[in-house]
Design a binder for this molecule. Structure first.
Ligand code: CAA
Ligand code: NAD
Length: 298
């Protein structure tokens, strides 16, 4: 069953869903994005507007492209809105129960040849596949944050994946200007297997007093040439999302390097989620963001 991707659906319009919807629409695909509430949908569409406006201000996007991109994006709070899509990419919260429920519901309205994909960071694609009743046409399509700027997409196939499906989504990723890499269905795939222990270790280093927030970040930026320090990156990803990921990876591997540090749990409980909530390791109410040095002592 060959399918040519003409229409794209995206479930969830948070940090990742909004970015995925944006790049699909920028590449010319009519794109429908679904959220749980009008408020969440509006917030996601605003994020797209802000990013494109930033692109116009930087001379990277023309005002015409901004308008054309936004005209290709339709928003809905009804899952049935993606029924006509050839490829639907799920980017809802990193919670297996929520994902399985969403995938089961959306799967019933799609055409048999349509492909369903998940942007999960760490959950098993095989485990989700069984909820879809179309395991052969279900793959992982893992984008990176911020989606419009990061070139990589991990394409994850399972023992169920039908011939042609991984190739179709690989071609789709290329059509967005991304570089796809293939990985098998092991939690964390390639990148998070290596990145997540590093992000967690940076928090442990802070907890243990190895360095301040600024010094840990400067250390990795200036000493290793990383584009941003690990605590800034934790704030970019979202501490709630990294906590979900760490819990899932720890369950899988039972190794300390994947265990979420206590400070991270306390921060999530207190709503210090990073950039998206306005504060995390840094406070984003000021420019440049101010490090929250009090975090460790309390
Ligand atoms: N529209 C279009 N282009 C834009 C733009 C916009 N709104 N904003 C920025 N850009 C362009 C800039 O013009 C610039 O282009 P050039 O290189 O051609 O000059 C480029 O994007 C970089 O922008 P900036 O110079 O403003 O920003 P920067 O140099 O500080 O880079 C960054 C920003 C790309 C985010 C960089 O800091 C980075 O790579 N950080 C690391 C991000 C990372 O590791 N992401 C992965 C997270 S983990 C994950 O995603 C997986 C998971 O499952 C959790
Ligand atoms: P987020 O919290 O920013 O957004 C999740 C969105 O999903 C929210 O807006 C929420 O309202 C919505 N949602 C929840 N249930 C839904 C449903 N049933 N239908 C439609 N929308 C629903 O999270 P995020 O950072 O965008 O992460 C989304 C997914 O992408 C997760 O699986 C995460 O692991 C993965 N991911 C995240 C990053 C990152 O850096 N944050 C990078 C790569 C992959």
């Amino acid at each position: 069953m060959d399918v040519k991707v003409k229409k794209v659906g995206v479930l969830g319009c948070g940090l990742m869903g909004s970015g995925i919807a944006q790049v699909a629409a920028q590449a010319g695909y009519p794109t429908t994005v679904v959220e749980v509430s009008k408020e969440a949908l509006e917030a996601g569409l605003k994020r797209i507007d802000r990013f494109l406006a930033g692109g116009v201000a930087k001379g990277k996007v023309t005002p015409q492209d901004k308008e054309a991109t936004q005209s290709r994006i339709a928003g809905s709070v009804d899952l049935a809105a993606v029924a006509e899509c050839d490829l639907v990419i799920e980017a809802v919260v990193e919670d297996l129960a929520v994902k399985r429920e969403t995938l089961a519901r959306v799967g019933t309205s799609l055409r048999p040849e349509a492909i369903l994909a998940s942007n999960t960071s760490s959950l098993s694609i095989t485990e989700m596949a069984s909820a879809t009743r179309r395991p052969g046409r279900f793959v992982g399509l893992h984008f990176f944050n911020p989606v419009p700027l990061m070139k990589l997409v991990e394409v994850v196939h399972t023992i169920h994946t039908e011939p042609g499906v991984a190739d179709a989504v690989t071609g789709f990723a290329r059509s967005l200007g991304k570089t796809p890499i293939r990985t098998s269905d092991r939690t964390g795939f390639i990148v998070n297997r290596l990145l997540v222990p590093y992000l967690l270790d940076a928090i442990r280093a802070l907890e243990e007093g190895v360095g301040s927030i600024t010094d840990i970040d400067h250390g990795m930026k200036l000493g290793c040439g990383h584009p941003m320090g690990p605590l800034t990156l934790n704030d970019l990803v979202g501490l709630d999302t990294t906590l979900y990921i760490a819990d899932i990876m720890y369950q899988e591997f039972r190794e300390r390097r994947f265990a979420p540090p206590p400070l991270m749990k306390r921060m999530v409980l207190a709503g210090f989620l990073g950039r998206k909530s306005g504060r995390g390791f840094y406070d984003y109410g000021s420019e440049p963001p101010r490090p929250n040095d009090f975090l460790v002592s309390r």
